[in-house]
Design a protein around this ligand. Structure first.
Ligand code: HEM
Length: 157
């Protein structure tokens, strides 16, 4: 960061670090090193890791489900993005890149009939929440148009 701040060709650079170094608020103030590090950490963890994980799981699932892969390729060949979008959503549902999320209760509350005291209150899993939100199901329902039977197995499971 220190090196990039002083580089003479920064004005011509369009990488994210250079753009963040040039960013300023409505009062003209730029980011200090701590703020810059926060932004870069957010980008690397929130942006790149989630995206890379989602792509990796999507390719992994498609490799294990050749019929779904063939449907997707055929759909793409027709110029449609419909199945690609559905496949990524389905992959994100089955193998969420962010599989749990920390939550802190701002005040004493109740969730599903259980007391939740004020303070750090653990994690919630997107995967478990999805399966449990469909009473009577043994696994998650499909969210893509590929599997026509809403009670049937997901096309990627
Ligand atoms: C497949 C890709 C992605 C997935 C699955 C994903 C997932 C999520 C999830 C689940 C949250 C909420 C976390 C929580 O509530 O505790 C979140 C928040 C966030 N994501 Fe992503 N994300 C993705 C891509 C990105 C990208 C590309 C960026 C930025 C370049 C980004 C930036 C953020 C930020 C800044 C937050 C926090 C928002 C806030 O302040 O509440 N995400 N993301």
């Amino acid at each position: 960061m220190a090196a990039r701040r002083t580089e003479s060709d920064r004005a011509h650079r369009d990488d994210v670090l250079s753009m963040l170094l040039d960013a300023c608020d409505e009062h003209g103030a730029g980011l200090d090193d701590a703020q810059l590090l926060d932004e870069l950490t957010g980008l690397v963890l929130a942006g790149y890791e989630t995206t890379a994980t989602t792509i990796s799981w999507t390719l992994h699932l498609l490799a294990h489900h050749p019929a779904a892969r063939d449907d997707l390729i055929a759909d793409l060949d027709e110029g449609s993005g419909r199945l690609l979008k559905a496949t990524i959503k389905e992959s994100g549902r089955l193998r969420p890149a962010v599989y749990n999320a920390m939550r802190t209760a701002a005040h004493d509350a109740e969730l599903g009939g259980r007391p939740v005291p004020r303070g750090p209150s653990g994690t919630g899993s997107a995967r478990v929440g999805d399966a449990r939100s469909r009473p009577g199901r043994t696994g998650p329902a499909p969210c893509t148009p590929v599997a026509p039977d809403p009670q049937g197995p997901s096309h990627l499971e």
